[in-house]
Design a protein around this ligand. Structure first.
Ligand code: DGI
Ligand code: FE
Ligand code: FE
Length: 191
């Protein structure tokens, strides 16, 4: 069993108060979605709680951490190292917070870009991260919050298309995994 209080204490000490509130919001939303879809609620809560546990590191520190922990860095991650908070977070969830459940680790690892053919837990974390109660800036939040409880894949696609639109409008580098995730869910929607 995990010591949730200890994990929360440690996260609160490291993350900014805004990021910590976001973390609690993602934990809560993961649990609600797990309840809706019959997924494991404790597993979903833990994924939500730890998903941004490396978010306080700068891009430069994240690159250093990857080198130190021997984690690979792609060309895209080099160009936009903040993306690495998911990979380093997955590593720390296992090595520092003692999470042995590979499904939780995988969900944390892909929570920023998504990936094609996600598990229910991976979808729940990806969606909860976007729509937790403290989020207020993303477009179509009301629709996304409604869709999350009726059609997970349609909800994913709505988030992905909004994210791609936002990144393109900023002229940002788009990770091939974000693009591949969008393509997968866009192609599977009619099936
Ligand atoms: O860590 P959070 O802020 O809670 O959320 P997150 O892990 O989903 O990260 C969100 C940011 O990641 C958001 O600004 C969009 C960005 N992002 C997602 N996919 C890509 C990306 N940024 C780039 N440059 N390329 C991507 O493919
Ligand atoms: Fe994140
Ligand atoms: Fe997050």
């Amino acid at each position: 069993m995990y010591n949730i209080d200890k994990i929360k204490y440690s996260l609160q000490a490291r993350l900014s108060s805004k990021r910590y509130e976001h973390t609690l919001g993602v934990e809560y939303t993961c649990c609600a979605l797990a309840m809706r879809y019959g997924a494991d609620m404790q597993q979903a809560r833990m994924a939500g709680l730890l998903h941004d546990c490396a978010k306080h590191y700068s891009g430069e520190r994240l690159v250093e951490k990857c080198i130190q922990y021997e984690l690979s860095i792609s060309e895209y991650e080099k160009a936009f190292p903040e993306l690495l908070h998911a990979k380093v977070g997955a590593y720390l969830a296992r090595e520092k917070y003692g999470v042995e459940d590979k499904e939780i680790i995988n969900a944390i690892e892909c929570h920023t870009t998504g990936k094609p053919d996600m598990t229910i837990l991976e979808k729940i974390l990806y969606i909860a991260d976007y729509m937790e109660p403290n989020r207020d800036r993303a477009p179509h939040l009301a629709t996304i919050r409604e869709l999350a409880f009726s059609d997970l894949d349609a909800c994913l696609l709505k988030i992905l298309s909004g994210t791609l639109y936002y990144l393109k409008s900023k002229g940002s580098v788009i990770d091939p995994q974000t693009e591949a995730t969008y393509e997968f869910y866009n192609n599977s929607k009619a099936l």
